[in-house]
Design a protein around this ligand. Sequence first.
Ligand code: SAM
Length: 281
Amino acid sequence: MSSTKGILYVIATPIGNLHDFSPRACRLLQEVHLIVAEDTRHSRYLLAHFNISTPLQALHQHNERHAIELLLPRLLRGDNIALISDAGTPLISDPGRLLVEAAHLQHITVIPIPGPCALISALSVAGLNTDQFVFEGFLPSKHLARQKRLEELKPETRTLIFYEAPHRLLECLQDMLTSFGDQRILVLAKELTKIFETVYRGPIIEVINWLTTLPERQKGEFVLVVKGAEPVEIESLSSEVQHIFKTLQQELPLKQAARLTSQLTGVSKNKLYALGLEQQP
Ligand code: SAM
């Protein structure tokens, strides 16, 4: 690593409460040569609040490639650059991945300055399994594509975490109800660290009822944390079904083996698929 090159800092900023801004993040944003922000107008508010007057440049999903062409030479010349997003941790459902990747390819040091992140905050208060979890980000916005993805996730036994926009929240929950069943436990983490912060936990049907009782409850920013599917035991299948499934798995991809075993034996395709996933090394 050459000491003449600059450093790319990836800096987390608050997801609501400005007191969550770390002193280290604040100091580095004052010290770097340039701050790259998703929306410069939005970030100016945060930076002004902390008396940070470092020059700002935009980097969003529409200009990321072009921005990199300007930023990489500066990093290579020795400038230190900080990447921030509108809220929380950059790259987590936010731009910056291409810049970080490009920096690595040029052997530029990339340093994380950790801090708020909506998904981790929600998970930490959900009271669900945190040993293994899956972050799905935003589900597809169109109903059919969303339903298809949720069907694929139905047998997933790890805790599932989603981001969702307020105007799609109810339709998304209705689709989850269709795929996961009305009794699957869901934790709705709303407006975390802000005035109307609420964490509501219950079966999906109850969460939908809670939201529709008072429509203003549907306003704000949301993380959805969903309990994983119950693991399926291989012993719950008869030895004949186990034999057919194992034989087909030796010849076919898991999905097809589960579908054919289901057709031959009447055992649920999803159950077989979940079992097959669990048994994979
Ligand atoms: N980079 C951010 C992070 O570290 O969490 C996420 C950015 S993503 C574009 C924005 C989504 O994150 C929102 O639509 C919402 O789902 C979630 N989110 C952000 N802030 C939140 C908050 N204060 N409370 C609940 N969810 C939040």
